[in-house]
Design a protein around this ligand. Structure first.
Ligand SMILES: C[S@@+](CC[C@H](N)C(=O)[O-])C[C@H]1O[C@@H](n2cnc3c(N)ncnc32)[C@H](O)[C@@H]1O
Length: 459
């Protein structure tokens, strides 16, 4: 008989004995696996004898598929056999599948076995066992085993237990619906130090932050007494940003390692790995790491660093041209899934915000940098467009604490989002103002405010 999905399906319906004979007659692993992977739903009364025989097969993938199918027997599988196999099994994937299969039986007689798996050293096995035990809702014995795992050393185990037993499902401190925000933040630019301005911004009020912080002391617009002081400043900014971000929403920070040139020929230049040093400070303050996106620039657009090496070719003196920057993506830690965030919007908004074909599919974004006569480090519009389209809905409030020339604001507006920016330097604030296109038809004109005007606007 030819091995096709249709034939396997027919045989399963007609006679389990014939199916067992077919499998017995197969001597290559891939054909056995093909049958096992295409068995689908197993009807009541399915004679699973041949599956138990396959538990002794020498190939782990066959054992795994056999265990998976035994798990489909809806409370009728012989979990003792699975448990015994677990004791001698050496393949971790098969072991995990055994725990999952026992858990899927959902019968109280299996609780003891599942309790014993909680002692395992593999966190995935423990998590599978927890899943299996959680079906026994409000069972004091189960709770007695699971609650203490809040002190488990593994973060995944801890997080499941926290969500189940310890979280009080805190809702945002303000009572605004998730998609709403305050009028006085909509399309506003404040000329102030970001930390001063943020003192006036309430908790849970922005949907997305996209920003490129100052590059330590590499450019002239910001000077910090030390790298440590610079990192502490950024930590405070992103701590505050966390406070004003709505539950489960995103922060995308664009940085790159920088180089501070040497003071003389007898010194070396110093490189600072900003993205890597900032990362632990963000995670420590409640930002969950989601993705790293690499912004790739054409080599001709960056400073050439390999001139010397080109000449001497001596090892250790190799200096690659830096053609990348990072877009580090974080989410405000929450127990809620992304679906919860999406369901906060009506269907019309979700449909209108859908990202059209041609979106970037990889984490390497090839985009030309942008040069500007007034500001030395502005975002390319294309970069802003992608971030805003991929990480926000229409009508959302987008925040940029380091507004610069205002690229985030203008792009947000063009994509029917709202924005709130802060920028410390009057020269860039004025530049932003000068770039504003005045249109009488515009519903919501951008407001450029000093810190005291901003304070006034809140009253
Ligand atoms: C890398 S630039 C951002 C450029 C911006 N992404 C754009 O597209 O034009 C950083 C900006 O942060 C501003 N800045 C530095 N320290 C600040 C602070 N404490 N508060 C607010 N803005 C600050 C700088 O003046 C500079 O314009």
């Amino acid at each position: 008989m030819q091995l096709t999905k249709e034939n396997i399906f027919e045989l399963k319906k007609r006679s389990t004995e014939e199916l067992a004979l077919l499998v017995k007659g197969l001597n290559d692993v891939s054909s056995i696996n093909y049958v096992l992977e295409n068995l689908g739903h197993l009807p009541a009364g399915f004679n699973a004898g041949f599956l138990y025989i396959l538990l002794n097969h020498s190939h782990p993938q066959v054992r795994l598929n056999a265990v998976k199918n035994i798990g489909k027997l809806n409370g009728n599988s012989d979990t003792k056999i699975l448990y015994n196999l677990f004791q001698k099994e050496t393949d971790t994937a098969v072991k995990r599948e055994i725990v999952s299969s026992i858990g899927r039986q959902r019968i109280p007689q299996n609780k003891e076995m599942l309790f014993s798996f909680l002692e395992d050293t593999d966190p995935k096995i423990i998590c599978q066992a927890i899943r299996g035990l959680m079906v026994f809702e409000n069972d004091p014995e189960v709770e007695q085993y699971l609650r203490p795992l809040i002190n488990h050393e593994n973060e995944m185990v801890k997080s499941i237990i926290y969500k189940e037993y310890f979280s009080n499902n805190k809702s945002p401190k303000n009572n605004q619906p998730h998609r709403e925000t305050y009028e006085y933040l909509k399309n506003v630019v404040v000329n102030a130090d970001v930390l001063e301005a943020l003192q006036l911004v309430p908790d849970d009020s922005v949907h997305l932050t996209f920003t490129s912080p100052p590059y330590y002391n590499a450019r002239d617009y910001s000077i910090y007494p030390s790298y440590q002081a610079y990192l502490e400043f950024l930590e405070n900014v992103f701590k505050e940003t966390h406070r004003i971000t709505k539950e489960g929403r995103f922060l995308i920070v664009n940085t790159s390692p920088i180089i501070i040139p040497r003071v003389s020929r007898s010194h070396s230049s110093k490189r600072y790995s900003i993205p890597f040093d900032l990362h632990p400070l963000l995670v420590k303050n409640g930002w969950e790491f989601i993705d790293d996106i690499v912004w790739l620039k054409p080599e001709a657009s960056v400073k050439n660093r390999n001139g010397g090496f080109q000449q001497h070719r001596k090892p250790l003196g190799y200096k690659p041209n830096s053609v990348t920057e990072y877009l580090m993506v974080y989410r405000k830690s929450t127990e809620k899934l992304l679906d919860w965030n999406i369901h906060c919007y009506d269907d019309k908004t979700v449909n209108e915000s859908k990202v059209s074909d041609g979106f970037e599919t990889s984490n390497v974004w090839k985009i030309d940098p942008c040069f500007d006569k007034v500001h030395s480090a502005i975002f390319p519009v294309e970069l802003c467009q992608r971030v805003i389209k991929y990480y926000s809905f229409k009508g959302d409030l987008i925040f940029d604490p380091f507004g610069g020339s205002g690229t985030v604001g203008r792009t947000a507006k063009s994509l029917n989002r709202l924005f709130f920016l802060t920028e410390k330097e009057p020269i860039y604030f004025e530049y932003m103002k000068s770039k504003q296109k005045v249109s009488l038809l515009e519903e919501r004109m951008t407001k450029f405010l000093t810190i005291s005007e901003f304070k006034e606007s809140i009253k």
